[in-house]
Design a binder for this molecule. Structure first.
Ligand code: HEM
Length: 250
């Protein structure tokens, strides 16, 4: 046990160990984003597709699946932030004024603002969880699928949740920051894993940019089209007139 603790502490205390943690947790988080975006796009197939998917997520492995998944996601998110903050502090303490100036002038805009885009993403995730997972708005929490009132209406909730232009604007800003964070972060993962060479630099840059643009368009298409009523089957009650069924249990 002592030896394991020593190894883990040694790994955490080394700069390469922390960079590896940032890279591996970064891969997990990008994987989550791709899966989440693909799942969300089911909204374009209609109410039953999105609600079936949401029901599957909540009942997978008798309800344990989502909690296992949440545990992994929280661990990855927390480790990603702690290792990044620790690396930034370590670098600040180590570098000289001259080095700092050279680095800043060479760095791209998104890499210089990594910490700020990262903080915006944290604020967004907290808001988003309160919005759609905890559902602090009782109107959104009480929505039931008109075809199957025994289950929550994720479809109606998303459409109603994006009727407010201020909320949509916040999603646009936050997801744009998230994508700016990813445009630099994805290439950095390859660098840390030693896969970025002269030959692979360009394809990696293009891959990072493609993933970022697909995520940006995929995520933002939903609030944008919902706000302008382009999505919807006309069966979703407007947010001002909620369906009053008993509160959701999730
Ligand atoms: C505008 C695009 C998005 C839509 C429409 C959307 C929709 C949703 C919905 C409906 C849920 C609740 C699922 C359920 O409990 O049935 C959810 C959960 C979640 N979303 Fe999003 N989301 C979007 C963007 C994002 C982004 C960009 C992130 C990350 C930065 C994110 C992170 C999460 C997380 C962490 C959860 C909680 C998953 C869980 O239940 O454990 N979402 N989202």
């Amino acid at each position: 046990m002592n030896a394991l603790c020593k190894t883990l502490c040694g790994f955490w205390n080394s700069s390469i160990g922390k960079k590896l943690i940032v890279a591996v947790t970064g891969i997990m988080l990008v994987g989550f984003l791709i899966a989440h975006m693909v799942g969300n796009l089911l909204i374009f197939q209609g109410r039953s597709s999105l609600n079936d998917y949401a029901e599957f997520l909540h009942h997978f492995l008798h309800g344990w699946g989502i909690w296992l998944f949440r545990g992994g996601l929280i661990l990855a998110f927390v480790l990603h932030i702690l290792a990044t903050v620790s690396l930034t502090m370590q670098n600040r303490a180590a570098r000289t004024e001259k080095y700092a100036h050279e680095e800043t002038s060479k760095a791209s805009v998104s890499s210089r603002y990594m910490i700020w885009s990262g903080l915006t993403v944290i604020a967004f995730v907290i808001f988003h969880l309160l919005h759609f997972t905890v559902r602090i708005d009782p109107e959104l929490a009480s929505m039931k699928d008109p075809m199957d009132p025994s289950r929550h209406d994720a479809y109606g909730m998303v459409l109603a949740g994006f009727q407010n232009p201020v909320v949509v604007l916040f999603y646009i800003i936050a997801i744009s920051f998230l994508c700016s964070h990813l445009s630099h972060g994805i290439a950095s993962i390859f660098q840390t894993l030693g896969l970025r060479t002269e030959k692979t630099r360009d394809p990696i840059q293009k891959l990072g940019l493609t993933i970022t643009i697909v995520l940006w368009l995929g995520f933002l298409s939903i609030p944008f089209l919902a706000l302008f009523d382009v999505i919807g089957d006309g069966d979703t009650p407007p947010k001002a007139a909620p369906v009053t069924v008993e509160a959701s249990s999730h």
